[in-house]
Design a binder for this molecule. Structure first.
Ligand SMILES: NC(=O)c1ccc[n+]([C@@H]2O[C@H](COP(=O)([O-])OP(=O)(O)OC[C@H]3O[C@@H](n4cnc5c(N)ncnc54)[C@H](OP(=O)(O)O)[C@@H]3O)[C@@H](O)[C@H]2O)c1
Length: 246
């Protein structure tokens, strides 16, 4: 029987690549994001189900759960991102709130809404895409580091709470990924600032690299739980230490 996988933030970047990878592994993939048209185009490639959904809106999350169906085998909580890069002294509080809403509350809301279907499936896998930003603070990154740490803690608590049930809770924490939207979103559409993030870095991760990690975690035998997978490009030793050729 075809198993269902739900991927949030599937209109772009890591989520889009993950949706494709899981479809390639035979899942019926339900894709969620706000940009419905973009989402529908991607879903059409492999016969997926596109659900226009803002994970911060309860009615959208409810609709996503309904479209996902009664049995869900895999949930990939990927919708999120960083908004801004400024020191605490200049914190844009509205952006911090928005970051918390999508990365933390959105992830928790979707997980809560889909848990009954994962249980009805007889178990499954919940992957949350956090970040190495959640491992330690870096200058000007407090808002994003904080939300990714909070997302990880929600995921860690859930693993403890579900202990005894056949549900795997996995945290995939990427370092620098040159994805479609991440830096553009962080710098509010400023292409020059976004491009500078990857300047001189030999082979940052691609969205497909991270999608392959997620696909692999999900494909392991059901008793094997990868609690946390950290993946960085070789050129990156820590969030603040990146080798650049120029
Ligand atoms: N790129 C990196 O260096 C990096 C490193 C570590 C972790 N990450 C994490 O990886 C995840 C994916 O990022 P990415 O690099 O693939 O960036 P991206 O290309 O900008 O993709 C972000 C996705 O999230 C969706 N999204 C944003 N707000 C949403 C909302 N309120 N409701 C539903 N969907 C929403 C976007 O779709 P819509 O705009 O259509 O809603 C988009 O599909 C994020 O959680 C990010 O924090 C990225």
């Amino acid at each position: 029987m075809t198993k269902t996988a739900v991927v949030t933030g599937a209109s772009s970047g890591i989520g889009k690549a993950t949706a494709r990878a899981l479809a390639g592994d035979g899942y019926r993939v339900v894709l969620a994001a706000r940009r419905g048209e973009k989402l529908a185009g991607i879903a059409q490639e492999f016969g997926g189900v596109a659900v226009t959904c803002d994970v911060t809106k309860p009615e959208d999350v409810e609709r996503l759960a309904a479209e996902a169906g009664d049995d869900v085998a895999v949930l990939v909580n990927n919708a999120g991102g960083a908004f801004g890069l400024e020191p605490v002294a200049d914190a844009a509080i509205d952006k911090w709130r928005e970051m918390y809403e999508v990365n933390v509350l959105g992830t928790v809301a979707v997980t809560k809404a889909l848990l009954p279907a994962i249980r009805a499936n007889g178990g499954g896998t919940v992957v949350t895409v956090t970040s190495i930003a959640g491992d330690a603070a870096y200058e000007n990154g407090a808002g994003y580091c904080g939300v990714k740490a909070a997302e990880r803690f929600a995921s860690d608590a859930l693993r403890l709470e579900l202990n005894g049930e056949p549900i795997r809770i996995c945290d995939v924490a990427p370092g620098m990924v040159e994805s479609e939207g991440f830096s553009l979103v962080r710098f509010d559409g400023d292409e020059a600032k976004a491009a500078a993030v990857y300047e001189g870095v030999e082979n940052p991760l691609t969205e497909e690299d991270v999608a392959e990690c997620i696909r692999w975690v999900v494909s392991l035998p059901a008793h094997v739980n990868v609690d946390k997978l950290t993946v960085k490009p070789v050129a990156q030793a820590a969030s603040y230490k990146v080798h650049r050729t120029s």
